[in-house]
Design a protein around this ligand. Structure first.
Ligand SMILES: Nc1nc2c(ncn2[C@@H]2O[C@H](COP(=O)(O)OP(=O)(O)O)[C@@H](O)[C@H]2O)c(=O)[nH]1
Ligand SMILES: [Mg+2]
Length: 213
């Protein structure tokens, strides 16, 4: 018999400097975990080759983005590398209400705002590269971005990394399979937290006083 206990959805945040392998982790999680929904952010940056509007991001011009800010449509928003990024509220609320967990690929500024909005529901993981050399190598290996953008990101990586201690968990991504397993285990444990299982009250009541149920 499989016992299904009603669960409260959580908000899983992955942050890292560019090139630490966070996107690979996020893609794997979404593919392997049917209870997880990706939060698709809005951004004013231009799409890269292969990126599809509505899949990687909702690509907006600055006027549209600022209108969304004005109309309070974002759960959080921030400027990263000179572009605006924001998390649309409604899809997150809808997913949580449907009992699903939501995955966020956002920076430290967004994580701080999310924590202020929904502290108990946020589980945050910071992904670190195994070494500075490897981080540089991964940034260079990406053909999409011009060298000046890469140099800018390398400089900004230190700023992002300096926020590591604000996160609940830290995963060093030296081996992809190992990092995947670590993130999976974190998610599993966080889902089992008592306060995330409101259905337990009823379930345990039934265990102890079967005649009353
Ligand atoms: N605060 C915030 N940050 C975001 C959001 N969406 C993406 N980011 C962050 O913006 C940074 C740049 O993302 P992106 O343009 O995809 O370039 P990447 O560095 O190659 O991943 C990354 O650190 C993302 O985590 C968002 O909605 N809010
Ligand atoms: Mg990204």
């Amino acid at each position: 018999m499989t016992v299904e206990i009603q669960r409260r959805g959580l908000m899983l945040v992955l942050s890292s400097p560019s090139g630490a392998g966070k996107s690979t982790l996020a893609r794997w999680l979404l593919k392997t975990d049917p209870d997880l929904t990706m939060s698709v952010s809005a951004t004013t940056r231009s799409p890269r080759p292969g990126e599809v509007d509505g899949r990687e991001y909702h690509f907006k011009d600055i006027e549209d983005f600022l209108r969304m800010v004005q109309q309070d449509e974002f759960l959080e928003h921030a400027v990263v590398f000179g572009n605006h990024y924001g998390t649309p509220k409604q899809p997150v609320f809808d997913a949580l209400a449907a009992g699903r967990d939501v995955l966020f690929d956002i920076d430290w500024q967004g994580t701080q705002q999310l924590r202020q909005q929904a502290r108990d529901d946020v589980v945050s993981i910071f992904v670190l590269p195994p070494s500075r050399e490897e981080l540089e190598r991964r940034l260079r290996g990406r053909a999409e971005d011009p060298p000046d953008v890469i140099a800018k990101r390398m400089a900004k990586a230190d700023g992002e990394i300096s926020h590591w201690a604000e996160y609940d968990y830290v995963v060093v991504n030296d081996d992809v399979a190992r990092a995947q397993e670590q993130v999976r285990v974190i998610l599993q444990a966080e889902r089992l937290k008592r306060e995330r299982q409101p259905g337990l009250v009823r379930f345990v009541d039934g265990l102890m006083r079967p005649e009353a149920n």
